[in-house]
Design a protein around this ligand. Structure first.
Ligand code: ACO
Length: 434
C-alpha cells in the first residue's frame, strides 16, 4: 500500500455542545477523507449516505480516478497510454500484480492462461439445461457459481497465495470459453473448443464465430479494437460491481462466487447493462424517425421514465476519458471495416443536442463508457445481448485485483449500518396466534 498521509488537519464535529476531533487523511493524489471509523464508539451516532455517494469504503492502490478532471489511471499509468500501448493481458497483469510484466513474466502469464482455457466437460450439461433465450450474463454468472464444485479447494479461505493464484489464472483463462459457449448455446451451434496456439483475444473470437462448416478468419482490426475496449473496461475503482465483489469476498467467500456476484451487479441497466440498452435505445430512435430533439425532451421530462442511456456517471462530472477514447475508436474502426452504421449518426446528434442543453449541462451529464462501445461491438459482429458480458470479460482483472487487495489487506467483513424507520414494538395480533 503506498502513501497514506495522516494530515495535520483535524475535522471538528460539534454534537450537542461537545466537540469531537476526527482525523483527516490524504491519499497519494491528494484526495482527502475524514476518518469516521471510531465515530459511533465516540458519539453513538452513525453517518447516513444512501448509495455511498460520499463514503470511502477502502484504501486502494489499484486505480485512481478524478471525476472532476476526467482522469483515470491504473497503478499510476494513464488510461490513454495503456489503451495506445498495451495489450489487455499486460493490463490484467498490471492490475493484479501491481507492475507491468517484463518479457519472461508476460510469457509465463500467457502460458498459464493458455493452459487453463478448457472448462470441465460437465459444464456442457449445465448449458444444455438453459433455454436458447437465456441471457449470457445469467449463464456466465451461474457458471462462475458452479466453478467451486469443480475446484473445491478454492473454498478454503486460508489457501496459500500460490493456490489463490491458480484460481485467479483459471478465472481469466476460462472466462472467454464460458462466454463463447453461452453464445453458442443461444444460437444452437456446437461448442468450439479453445485452441492453445492462439492468443487470448483471437482464441475467444474463434470460439465465438468458428463453426464446423467454416473457420472464422481473424481480422487484426477486430482484435485491436477488442483489445482497446477490454483495457478501457478493466477497472474502475469502487463501482457497483467491484464493491459487490469486495463485499462478498469480505465474508471470505471464494473468488469464483465473489465474481459471480460481481457479474450479477454489472448486469443492471444503470451499470454495465447500459451498453445493451444504448443500442436498443438508438435503434428505437432510428425506427421512430431519428428525431433526437424529441428523445432529449423525453429524457428531461420527470414524468417520463425514459433516461438517456449511456449518459451520466456517478463520479465523472466533466467527461469520461474512456468515452473520449471509444468515440475516436468508433469512427476509426467503422472506417477501417468499411461499415456505415446509421445509429452512429444518431448517437453523435444526441450527444451534440444534450451537451448544448441546460438540463444536461447543469447536471453535468456527459456520455459515459457505454455510449459508443455498443456501436463498436456491433461492428465487430458481437450480438447485442453479448455486450454486457463483453464488459464483464474486460472488468474481470479489475474484480480480481480488488478482491486480492481486500484479502491481502485483511479487511474486515463489509457490513453497513442503517437508520431504522419501521414500526416500533407492538403487540402480536390475537387473530394470528397458532
Ligand atoms: N438521462 C436523463 N437524466 C439523467 C440521466 C440520464 N441518463 N442521468 C442522470 N439524470 C438526472 C437525474 O434524473 C437527476 O436529475 P434531478 O437532479 O433533477 O433529480 C440528476 O441527473 C442526477 O442523477 P442521479 O440518478 O441522481 O445520479 P447518480 O449519480 O445516482 O446516477 C447514473 C448515475 C446511474 C449513471 C445515471 O446517470 C444514469 O442512470 N445514467 C443512465 C444509465 C447509464 O448510462 N449507466 C451506465 C453508467 S457507466 C457504468 O456503470 C459502466
Amino acid at each position: 500500500m503506498s502513501k497514506i498521509a495522516e494530515l495535520n488537519e483535524v475535522a471538528e464535529l460539534k454534537l450537542n455542545g461537545q466537540v469531537y476531533h476526527l482525523p483527516v487523511i490524504s491519499g497519494s493524489e491528494g484526495e482527502k477523507a475524514i476518518d469516521i471509523s471510531k465515530l459511533r464508539d465516540q458519539t453513538g451516532y452513525i453517518t447516513l449516505d444512501t448509495g455511498y455517494k460520499n463514503t470511502g469504503a477502502t484504501k486502494s492502490a489499484i486505480t485512481f480516478l478524478d471525476g472532476e478532471n476526467g482522469i483515470l489511471h491504473y497503478r499510476g499509468y494513464a488510461i490513454e497510454d495503456l489503451a495506445a500501448k498495451s495489450t489487455f493481458i499486460e493490463v490484467a497483469y498490471l492490475l493484479i500484480y501491481g507492475e507491468l510484466p517484463n518479457v519472461s513474466q508476460l510469457e509465463s502469464f500467457q502460458r498459464e492462461l493458455t493452459y487453463h482455457t478448457l472448462v470441465h466437460e460437465d459444464i456442457k450439461k449445465f448449458l444444455d439445461g438453459y433455454p436458447s433465450t437465456a441471457h449470457p450474463m445469467g449463464i456466465v454468472s451461474s457458471m462462475f457459481s458452479s466453478m467451486p464444485s469443480f475446484y473445491p479447494e478454492s473454498l478454503n479461505p486460508h489457501r496459500s497465495s500460490e493456490k489463490v493464484n491458480l484460481t485467479i489464472l483459471r478465472c481469466i483463462a476460462k472466462m472467454p470459453t464460458l462466454i463463447a459457449w453461452a453464445y453458442k448455446k443461444s444460437v444452437g451451434h456446437p461448442y468450439v473448443y479453445p485452441d492453445n496456439s492462439r492468443d487470448y483475444i483471437s482464441n475467444f473470437l474463434n470460439m465465438m464465430f468458428s463453426t464446423p462448416a467454416e473457420e472464422y478468419t481473424i481480422d487484426p482490426i477486430v482484435v485491436e479494437a477488442l483489445n482497446v475496449l477490454l483495457i478501457l473496461h478493466a477497472d474502475h475503482e469502487q463501482n457497483c460491481s467491484t464493491s459487490t465483489v469486495r463485499i462478498v469476498g469480505s465474508s471470505q467467500a471464494n473468488l469464483y462466487s465473489s465474481i459471480a456476484a460481481g457479474i450479477s451487479a454489472l448486469w443492471g441497466p444503470l451499470h454495465g447493462g447500459a451498453n445493451q440498452e444504448v443500442i436498443e435505445m438508438l435503434e428505437l430512435i432510428k425506427l421512430d424517425g431519428g428525431d433526437t430533439e424529441k428523445w432529449i425532451a423525453k429524457a428531461k421530462d420527470k414524468n417520463d421514465p425514459f433516461r438517456l442511456m449511456g449518459f451520466g456517471h456517478r463520479v465523472y462530472k466533466n467527461f469520461d476519458p474512456r468515452a473520449r477514447i471509444i468515440k475516436a475508436a468508433c469512427d476509426s474502426v467503422l472506417n477501417k471495416l468499411g461499415i456505415q452504421d446509421p445509429v452512429l449518426e444518431i448517437a453523435k446528434r444526441l450527444e451534440e443536442t444534450a451537451l448544448s442543453d441546460s438540463y444536461f449541462v447543469e447536471r453535468k451529464l456527459y456520455p459515459n463508457v457505454d455510449f459508443y462501445s455498443g456501436i463498436i461491438y456491433r461492428a465487430l459482429g458481437i450480438p447485442t445481448e453479448m455486450f454486457t458480458v463483453m464488459f464483464a470479460l474486460g472488468r474481470l482483472p479489475g474484480w480480481i485485483s480488488q478482491w486480492k487487495e481486500m484479502r491481502e489487506q485483511g479487511e474486515p467483513i463489509g457490513r453497513p449500518r442503517q437508520i431504522y424507520v419501521g414500526n416500533n414494538i407492538r403487540p402480536y395480533p390475537e387473530l394470528n396466534k397458532r
